[in-house]
Design a protein around this ligand. Structure first.
Ligand SMILES: [Zn+2]
Length: 462
């Protein structure tokens, strides 16, 4: 790691960032708009200098890139994950980064918990679009994300004696956004317990009872599962802060979690594209979006900006990632801007809810007649080298067909997909009676009725 990167990763730098984020929290909404504008113009100059993709893309769209001072955000064309992944090597602002090398890094089991070239944090996901995405954070980008998580999300209370205890429940065996961020805290400040949702639950309950976390975070469905166990008396923990993310936190789940642990869970909005997009405040009126670090545009189908109460598609500009900058990047999330401003004092705008992440559960029947399932997040975060896009169709009660688009060596990619599928089926103890077939295809069309992509299509009568 070079000197600059090593300073960026230091506790000193993170404390500096926390201070800077704290001062933004005290600003007025119009001051936030000013820093947004300032950061946007700097980000634009940065990509025009370092990203060949953005230069060509904007030039082709008729943008006068020689005069960036005249360019407004709304003049720029929208991008998406497909476009970014198709031009990855020209897209990123650091020439050390190559898509093929990053794929090798992700598939190496020894790379979990490590930084690429000792400097870059690498996150991968397929997201609900079904297309594999790779997101790289440089040392300073990651420090900003970490600082935002400590100061606005986890709010871990540090102790003079002993360490703060944090447990995370979710998918834990890869470079996924949730686990990567949850365990990135310095080891001399935090004790961390990862709980894998795909492993049998009982041993995890024993570990949690022994660990007694102060902060419990993870996938909403995972925290909900733990709440049910707490209500049954199998789990006896007393966290003082609960954070739910990744999949939808329904009102029923929120109530169950509150009944089980005696505190309200916070709905936390994060994605691989940015690990700290927003969170509920103590008043629990919608979700505040951190618009000092991003520009969030909520766009209706007709292309206009959504008004309060109207749903729209999120187009996000990340203002802090200088390694893989996302400018007007279309996400798969639907947001509804809030009607009223919150009185908590935060200058950040809020949204009522975030939808569009609901994917389907797959249900199976085991030989004893019991119902078993695979959580959709398993497929939302499915990764195999060479796999470009995929869709899972349950064609019979215990039969799955995977339609896959492959780039590069077909045999190697199929082997990697089979290996990952077998692991999933073994973990869920479905391997003996659930079968699957891999179909290599050139295209996976969207649902003709909705026009949207369906990652998982369950069997109709299951
Ligand atoms: Zn608020």
């Amino acid at each position: 790691m070079n000197v600059k990167a090593s300073f960026s990763s230091s506790v000193l730098n993170i404390i500096r960032m926390i201070r800077c984020l704290g001062s933004a929290e005290k600003m007025t909404s119009s001051q936030i708009v000013e820093i947004q504008q300032d950061r946007f113009s700097r980000q634009l100059r940065h990509v025009l200098r370092y990203s060949e993709f953005y230069r060509n893309f904007y030039r082709k769209a008729g943008i006068d890139i020689e005069r960036p001072e005249l360019i407004q955000l709304k003049d720029l064309p929208v991008i998406d994950k497909d476009l970014m992944m198709d031009h990855f090597d020209e897209f990123v602002c650091n020439k050390q980064l190559r898509k093929s090398k990053l794929e090798d890094f992700i598939k190496d089991p020894d790379s979990v918990d490590k930084k690429y070239k000792d400097e870059f944090k690498v996150i991968h996901t397929s997201g609900s679009s079904g297309r594999i995405g790779i997101f790289v954070y440089g040392a300073n980008d990651w420090a900003i994300a970490e600082a935002a998580v400590y100061s606005r999300i986890s709010k871990n209370k540090l102790h003079f004696i002993g360490k703060a205890k944090h447990a995370f429940i979710g998918v834990t065996d890869g470079h996924y956004a949730g686990i990567s961020l949850a365990k990135s805290g310095p080891k001399w400040l935090f004790d961390f317990l990862p709980v894998d949702m795909n492993q049998p639950l009982h041993p995890s309950l024993v570990r949690l009872n022994d660990f007694q976390p102060e902060c419990l975070s993870g996938y909403s469905s995972g925290v909900y599962l733990l709440a049910l166990e707490q209500l049954k008396g199998n789990l006896k923990i007393h966290p003082t802060r609960i954070l739910c993310s990744a999949d939808p936190l329904t009102s029923e789940m929120r109530e169950t979690i509150r009944n089980a642990f005696g505190i309200m869970p916070y709905n936390y909005y994060a994605a691989s594209e940015s690990l700290c997009m927003g969170i509920q405040c103590d008043r629990f009126n919608g979700i505040h979006l951190f618009d000092d670090l991003h520009i969030f545009e909520i766009i209706k189908e007709n292309g206009e900006e959504a008004k309060p109460g109207e749903p729209g598609n999120l187009v996000m500009t990340n203002l802090y990632n200088k390694t893989q900058p996302l400018i007007r990047y279309r996400m798969n999330d639907n947001l509804i801007p809030s009607e009223n401003s919150c009185e908590c004092g935060w200058p950040f705008r809020s949204v009522e809810s975030i939808a569009g992440r609901e994917e389907e559960f797959l249900f199976f029947t085991d030989p004893a007649g019991n119902r078993q399932f695979i959580h959709p997040i398993v497929f939302v975060e499915f990764f195999a080298p060479g796999l470009e896009k995929f869709q899972i169709i349950q064609t019979e009660p215990n039969m799955l067909v995977l339609n896959v688009i492959i780039k590069g060596n077909k045999e190697e990619a199929i082997q990697a997909i089979e290996k990952r599928m077998d692991t999933i089926l073994h973990q869920k103890e479905l391997y003996d009676f659930v079968h699957y077939k891999i179909n290599v295809v050139n295209d996976i069309p969207n649902d003709p009725q909705t026009g949207k992509f369906r990652l998982i299509i369950p069997y109709l009568n299951s």
